[in-house]
Design a protein around this ligand. Structure first.
Ligand code: ACO
Length: 431
């Protein structure tokens, strides 16, 4: 953060206040209002944080106008094409791409932390079989703090490191177990001879009765989905993790809070909602009806998988996801998948419609991901858990960065109070 010569002057009731301006390495300048309340006695008002930088960070940069996403400076399309998920995890956590030896050591550590405490299986069994896997994940990840006491002391750097490894390594095992439980199949333990994505497919689709053959193209597509979701700077769930952590809460509790936030249909739940919408539209000829509904102010319907708080151009992840959808469906011999046909025609119709063009609404990462996941054999209820496991490294990297920041203090937003002013209590008989 560089303090420039520039300042902003704010005048209130004839009194002027100078606000320092900082220039980031990329992106818009930032006004420092930290001393504003102390000097001018006013708060700023920004529901939804549309104009507020809540922290400084060196992890991820998004240029929403250009449709650009960089992790530690590297464009997401290059990472999706040339790298793989665990290498991107290393990059996000450590700031630089690993050497061959560093990568090998990192992969080895993650691989050897994938098993979960055996007693955690009883915890899964306490849930109803029809529980949503996200409900199970919120509970089980929060409960990790009851199983791994030796990595909850956030003042100890070594414990923080172990907690990070445990979260990244065990999340696929937990997500797969939530799925297996929901379909009444036995839990499948991780295998150390498999890579991260293949191991997840194995834990989800293998059964004791027969060998499960992992298709390397599907494993690559799975890995790419993980990579594309790995981090996205200060989004709602990441900000939730940071806010929860600002009180000094343990990492497992903070990540459970992030999972809870991600579950919502405006955030991680959008890929499930999008696939359900594509199914509801059903055929290309019904697209005009749904486009009209999305534009109708009196109809709450929105095109799921469309629009983004930050991207006002194509979400770069959506482009890679669309290409991946084509590859996976071709491999599986279902190029004529009706949902893919509806999705492509819907995208075409929406981007050529002035309503969506004026509001700068484009497909986001969720628009095509559900089609791929469904073709791989995942039920819609597993889409958000897969997002959660992919985003865990982002949450953990941001959490780690925050704890190393000397400016870290408890997050405590203020408010514009519009309620009653002080009044005397009225006895019940006089109300
Ligand atoms: N369909 C139709 N109209 C839309 C859509 C949509 N998907 N998204 C936004 N709009 C319209 C709004 O009605 C609003 O119109 P108005 O200005 O006339 O009132 C305008 O575009 C701006 O929308 P906001 O909701 O104010 O924008 P915001 O930045 O708060 O919302 C959001 C972003 C929540 C992602 C929104 O675009 C949306 O609901 N999209 C569908 C859900 C979705 O796909 N979420 C996934 C996000 S990506 C992720 O979390 C991984």
């Amino acid at each position: 953060m560089t303090e420039t010569q520039k300042t902003a002057t704010l005048t209130i009731d004839g009194e002027s206040y100078e606000l320092p301006i900082y220039s980031p390495s990329a992106g818009p300048d930032v006004l420092d209002i930290r001393k504003l309340y102390g000097t001018a006695g006013v708060f700023t008002y920004d529901p939804g944080f549309t104009s507020t930088a809540s922290c400084d960070s060196t992890i991820t940069f998004i240029d929403g106008g250009k449709g650009e996403l960089l992790h530690r400076g590297y464009p997401i399309d290059q990472l999706a094409e040339k790298s793989h998920y665990l290498e991107v995890c290393y990059l996000l956590l450590n700031g630089e791409l690993p050497s061959a030896a560093e990568l090998e050591e990192f992969e080895n550590i993650v691989t050897r932390h994938t098993m979960i405490h055996d007693q955690m299986h009883y915890l899964f069994r306490g849930f109803r079989r029809d529980a949503h896997p996200m409900a199970i994940m919120v509970g089980v990840v929060g409960a990790m703090s009851a199983f791994y006491h030796d990595s909850t002391d956030i003042t100890d750097p070594r414990q923080r490191e172990i907690a990070a490894f445990r979260l990244i390594a065990k999340m696929p095992t937990i997500a797969a177990a939530a799925y297996k439980y929901s379909i009444g199949q036995p839990f499948v333990h991780p295998r150390n001879d498999l890579d991260y994505a293949s191991n997840f497919l194995h834990m989800c689709f293998s059964v004791p009765a027969e060998e499960y053959q992992i298709n390397p193209i599907l494993a690559r597509a799975m890995d790419r989905i993980f990579t594309l979701h790995a981090d996205h700077e200060q989004n709602a769930s990441t900000s939730t993790v940071r806010l929860a952590s600002s009180s000094g809460a343990n990492p497992f509790a903070c990540v459970a809070a992030g999972i809870a936030c991600l579950w919502g249909p405006a955030h991680g739940g959008a890929n499930q909602a999008c696939l359900e919408m594509l199914g509801e539209i059903g055929s290309v000829d019904r697209i005009p009806e749904f486009i009209a509904r999305a534009k109708d102010k009196n109809d709450p319907f929105r095109l799921m998988g469309f629009g983004h708080r930050v991207y006002k151009n194509f979400d770069p992840r959506a482009k890679v996801m669309k290409q991946s959808a084509d590859e996976v469906l071709e491999l599986l011999g279902v190029e004529n998948n009706p949902k893919l046909q509806v999705a492509k025609a819907l995208e075409e119709a929406a981007i050529n419609d002035p309503y969506f063009a004026e509001k700068k609404l484009f497909p986001n990462v969720d628009f095509y991901s559900g089609i791929i996941l469904e073709a791989m054999g995942f039920p819609t209820s597993m889409f958000t858990p897969i997002f959660a496991l992919s985003r865990t490294v982002g949450w953990v990297s941001q959490w780690k960065e925050m704890l190393n920041d000397p400016q870290n203090k408890i997050g405590r937003p203020r408010q514009l109070y519009l309620g009653e002013t002080e009044r005397d209590y009225t006895d019940i008989e006089n109300r």
